[in-house]
Design a binder for this molecule. Structure first.
Ligand code: GLN
Length: 379
């Protein structure tokens, strides 16, 4: 069996979902909504059931999907996007990132990963033959130390992975931080591979800056994102890579042999979402801001401490007062005894940290209220 897999376990996020199902808890672990996608998208899906397409789309994504996506992303990202040259449609951003990594990394290359980080990045790095260099994001604001980041760049990494807005911390990188990262990427000739799946979930006054739009970055940024969180269709597995033509030619090759293509009927139905106007995205932000306030207010009432998220739909809650040596044991205890699932914080940290649990608040208000009611028992 392959020894490459020894460097990581199965995803603890996804494992917590399975444990939660087993014990019938409220699942605030793996981040996905329990409410429906927009009706325009599901109506279009019904139409697709009768009218098709039911066969493969073009490998890089259906033409109309890429055209609608290019139009929308060009507007939000502020860069020029040619639907034929700059896009590959993938099976979720999970495939997008793996494709990006395999398109640029050679065996032995180094890749900078900020810690805490979304679990997949270590696996992506190792599976693409590279080796992670971790740079700490320090609580409470999860800022990086400029000198530490520069030192990591002096190891001549092939790429840096940037999750912005950030999972699990909810940090939104400031323009100034992104400019600093960009200056190093340019100086050391490094790619930046983004994970921007929460691009439309940023709470005022914070703003999302696409690093691809900064000076000198369009040609070295591989922007990965997905429709999962923006349109509440995590099960559809629709994501994409946006990058310079030369990089996309590589990504097309990897994607072609990994998956042949994302589901054609779902691409067709999702075009209804890509064609929405700005108000949809403004309303999405408002919806999640309301859920954030509801959930954080509930945590305040219980007396739980947390880091306030600026974007995305996660919150890292401090569990050190409960006297568990191990946050994984706490998470399993919480499902069994309180009936609420979260993700042990240690699955996001390179360092040995056992004092957090990550909850997500992408749930109906009634689900969040019921979860809070159960969490009251922690008082
Ligand atoms: N991004 C989600 C989370 O962190 C999970 C996504 C997934 O499992 N593919 O919970």
């Amino acid at each position: 069996l392959s020894t490459r897999l020894d460097g990581f376990t199965d995803s603890v996020i996804r494992r917590m979902t399975r444990i939660c199902i087993k014990y019938g808890g409220i699942n605030l672990s793996q981040g996905f909504p329990d409410f429906d996608p927009p009706k325009e998208i599901t109506d279009r899906l019904k139409k697709v059931a009768n009218e098709g397409p039911h066969q493969y789309s073009v490998t890089w994504g259906a033409q109309n999907f890429r055209e609608s996506l290019a139009k929308k992303q060009e507007k939000y990202m502020g860069i020029h996007i040619n639907p034929d040259e700059n896009i590959v449609v993938t099976c979720g951003s999970t495939e997008a990132m793996m494709t990006a990594m395999m398109s640029v990394c050679n065996p032995g290359d180094k890749v900078i990963v900020f810690s805490p980080f979304y679990e997949n990045y270590t696996a992506d790095t190792i599976l693409s033959g590279a080796e992670p260099i971790y740079v700490q994001l320090k609580p409470p604001y999860f800022n990086f130390d400029k000198d530490e980041l520069r030192r990591a760049f002096t190891q001549r990494p092939k790429a840096l992975i940037l999750c912005n807005p950030s999972n699990p911390t909810g940090k939104v990188f400031s323009r100034e931080e992104l400019e600093y990262i960009s200056s190093l990427a340019i100086e050391f000739d490094t790619f930046v591979i983004t994970d921007e799946v929460y691009e439309h979930i940023v709470f005022p006054p914070y703003k999302h800056t696409y690093i691809a739009s900064l000076d000198g970055m369009a040609e070295r940024t591989i922007s990965c994102s997905s429709l999962s969180k923006t349109y509440s269709i995590t099960g559809w597995r629709l994501g994409y890579v946006i990058a310079d033509k030369k990089i996309i030619e590589q990504c097309k090759k990897v994607h072609d042999f990994l998956t042949v293509g994302a589901a054609a009927p779902l691409q067709e139905a999702a075009v209804a979402g890509l064609d929405f106007d700005d108000t949809y995205y403004e309303d999405l932000t408002k919806l999640y801001d309301r859920k954030r306030k509801l959930f954080l207010g509930g945590l305040d009432e219980i007396g739980l401490k947390y880091f306030e998220p600026q974007g995305a739909y996660y919150v890292m809650v401090d569990i050190s007062q409960f006297g568990f040596d191990n946050d994984y044991d706490f998470a399993v205890w919480l499902i069994k005894n309180i009936g609420v699932a979260g993700v042990p914080g240690s699955s996001f940290f390179r360092e040995d940290v056992n004092s957090y649990i990550r909850f997500h608040f992408a749930k109906k208000d009634e689900t969040l209220k019921e979860a809070l009611k159960r969490l009251q028992k922690l008082k």
